[in-house]
Design a protein around this ligand. Sequence first.
Ligand code: SF4
Ligand code: SF4
Ligand SMILES: [Zn+2]
Ligand SMILES: [Zn+2]
Ligand SMILES: [Zn+2]
Length: 368
Amino acid sequence: MKNERITARMIAPCGLDCSICKRALAETDPCPGCLGPDEHKPEFCAKRCGIILCAKRREKGYEYCDECPDYPCGDVMEKENRYTSKYPLYESPKKNLQTIREIGMDRFLEQEREQWTCSECGHIVSVHTGICSGCGKQYGAVAVQVNGDTWRIENGMVRFFLLKGTDKALLIDTGMTVRHARKIAEALTGLPVELLNTHADGDHTGCNEAFESFYMHPADESHYRRSGKSGKVIPVQDGDEIDLGNRKLKIIHLPGHTPGSIAVLDEKYRVLISGDPIQEHGRIFMFGERRNMRDYILSLEKLEKRTGEFDEIWPSHADIPIYPGCIRKLRDGAQSILNGEAEGHQVEFFGQQITVYDLGFTTFLCNG
Ligand code: SF4
Ligand code: SF4
Ligand SMILES: [Zn+2]
Ligand SMILES: [Zn+2]
Ligand SMILES: [Zn+2]
């Protein structure tokens, strides 16, 4: 297994795990890590990294920087800031050193192997690219700050959201392939982070297992359990309110795409975080046993009555932001499909026959 490359020898003095560096994962002339011989390292790490060059560290014989009275110095903080914010995946050298002190090197390395091994092929995922060095699977996530206390986190084809109040923060979904949604959220907000799922589809619950419990509508729990996932569901219903501290969120139940689909109304910014049912230039999945077009239309009709409460809609896929006017278009489009008036074409999708209705402003994928 390639992850046996994650060894104590690859942990740099600052705490960075060099085995997840793209240069260490390169097929030709892989870097041996900060502690290895200079001739196989890129120029920066061999000749310019202040931590490697640090005379104090060499003189005093510090194995790790946290033994130094100047820790964390400017060089250490530069590396910490870069690795916790600039790359598709999150790595905290400081947290690594802290963990090594708390649980010892062997258990730390076990955690690292678990965290950075590709679930598909067993090779190591690169922190710099977010891509598995063996099979190319994409694990990356990019956090984009929307305003002072809100982020959208783009994870390939899906996005999820992070909202901060004065008391706590809320992740709305955990994406599909990102590994450290919780760590990203804690680092960005500095607050305790709770999780809410807009629904139980796999592209929204990929990193749920980092949480012991999470808000979800109970009608989606059986689907969630079918995928073998753990954690305690804290049931939320239509009309419930979650207060993050000076930031009240209202739950709106929108069954149809799944029976337990919910949207979150952020009253502070007058934004509706809608999950999958509302999309423009996206693909709304309405095939398979859990989908229900009649419920979907009723949900949109219910939502249309509340468009005075929000100015923008932030969906999990495709265009963002979109605007309340699209709800009517989606409702009319869905009704025309249900009435047999819309024109569709059949395709095979994930081994099943479905009908694609491309309505221009969005596409519905339906049974049949
Ligand atoms: S290039 Fe630098 S950070 Fe990457 S493995 Fe080599 S020494 Fe470590
Ligand atoms: S923390 Fe201390 S040992 Fe480490 S690079 Fe900074 S000054 Fe050198
Ligand atoms: Zn892989
Ligand atoms: Zn979905
Ligand atoms: Zn989705």
